[in-house]
Design a protein around this ligand. Structure first.
Ligand code: FE2
Length: 377
């Protein structure tokens, strides 16, 4: 059993104020660049960085579902700047983009050349991850997910040197997060924990983190959604749950939910957390006959006291559906994806590297059934 988590993690309210100290004294970097998105710039959060690192070079071009052509263009600039540290600041997109730019900072070519595991020759530049949403987990995983714009396909680029050197997880950074982002990223984190727990590569250690994450996230998400500014404990628990869910899936895997969400994210630019939230209950229903014993453990973490495992699992699926509804998550039909696209989505989901990790075997026809069930409700 292997559990690998080499990132130095600073967790807690106000930890962001130690950024300059961490860069100067621990990372000893002189020329960092910051990777973020326009939403972060508009939010005013960037002041937390620029107050400590005046004049830092900022790339704010990262879009949702970060694209290969954006990454390749920015990589050429990173190389000319002779940077010695990449800082990713934002949700999953800037963090994954930052990891990709760290890799391309020390390796030539385009990001498409590095799809897969350890395809790089040189160790990437050190990467510092600062999440500002409660869902990505990217701050403690070795993977960067980038959309190949030519193939309309989400590539995974990973390797042991791609873990962040340092992660700063400061729950106060999500104090002003809009409700819709709390809902979608919080449910993405829940999906990470649930999928990690049910996945085939799950271990005793990943199970421990996954179960705790499920409890923390379910206990905090509605309080954070109602009033994140004043519910300090909820935003701390949500961030903590999100990070330890990252420990879990980063050392086991995700399953068919992420296979579908990565496919529709690449094809139609649907936000990752929204897609996961929509498909989680329908994939769980498909998986239930194969893993009701473990699913019942999840149900009990969620406070369901039903003793029959199959019934408890069914109640857990319903609990997630009801929660998504209360949190304003759209339904599949709202995404305006035509039924004529389902076969393509099903095939693409089947070809995702995480399909073999799903607890119940599934082929393109099974994916098609899941899509139809989610569409018809
Ligand atoms: Fe995710």
């Amino acid at each position: 059993m292997l559990f690998h988590m080499p990132a130095r993690l600073y967790f807690g309210s106000g930890e962001i104020n130690n950024l300059r100290f961490i860069i100067n004294e621990y990372l000893k970097a002189d020329n960092p660049v910051l990777v973020t998105d326009k939403g972060i710039v508009q939010s005013g959060l960037l002041e937390k960085i620029s107050a400590q690192l005046p004049g830092i070079r900022i790339f704010d071009e990262i879009e949702a579902n970060p694209k290969s052509d954006t990454i390749n263009t920015l990589a050429r600039e990173v190389r000319t700047l002779d940077s010695d540290l990449i800082i990713g600041f934002g949700g999953g997109s800037p963090l994954d983009a930052g990891k990709a730019l760290s890799l391309l900072g020390t390796n030539g070519g385009n990001i498409e050349d590095y799809e897969g595991k350890e395809k790089y020759k040189n160790a990437p530049l050190p990467f510092l991850a600062i999440p500002t949403t409660c869902g990505t987990g990217s701050e403690v995983t070795w993977v960067s997910v980038i959309t190949d714009v030519n193939r309309k396909f989400k590539m995974s680029i990973k390797g042991p040197e791609m873990y962040p050197a340092v992660s700063i997880v400061d729950p106060d950074l999500i104090k002003t997060l809009p409700q819709s982002i709390i809902a979608s990223t919080g449910l993405d984190a829940l999906t990470h924990a649930v999928e990690a727990y049910l996945s085939k590569p799950a271990t005793f250690i990943t199970d421990h983190h996954a179960l705790k994450a499920v409890k923390l996230i379910l206990g905090a998400i509605e309080g954070a959604y109602d009033d994140i500014k004043h519910h300090h404990a909820d935003r701390e628990n949500l961030m903590f749950g999100s990070t330890i869910a990252g420990f879990a899936f980063g050392n086991s895997d995700v399953t068919a939910v992420h296979c579908i969400s990565e496919s529709i994210g690449a094809l139609y630019d649907i936000p990752h957390g929204v897609a996961n939230s929509i498909f989680l209950p329908y994939v769980l229903s498909y998986n239930l006959p194969e893993c009701h014993k473990k699913m019942a453990v999840l149900a009990r973490q969620a406070g369901i006291s039903e003793v029959d495992d199959i019934k408890a699992s069914g109640l857990f699926v319903q609990l997630i559906k009801d929660l998504s509804k209360r949190l304003g998550i759209p339904v599949f039909k709202d995404l305006k994806i035509g039924r004529d696209q389902f076969e393509k989505i099903a095939q693409m989901s089947f070809e995702n590297n995480s399909t073999p990790s799903n607890p119940r075997e599934l082929g393109p026809k099974d994916y098609l059934e899941i899509l139809k069930n989610a569409y018809e409700l």
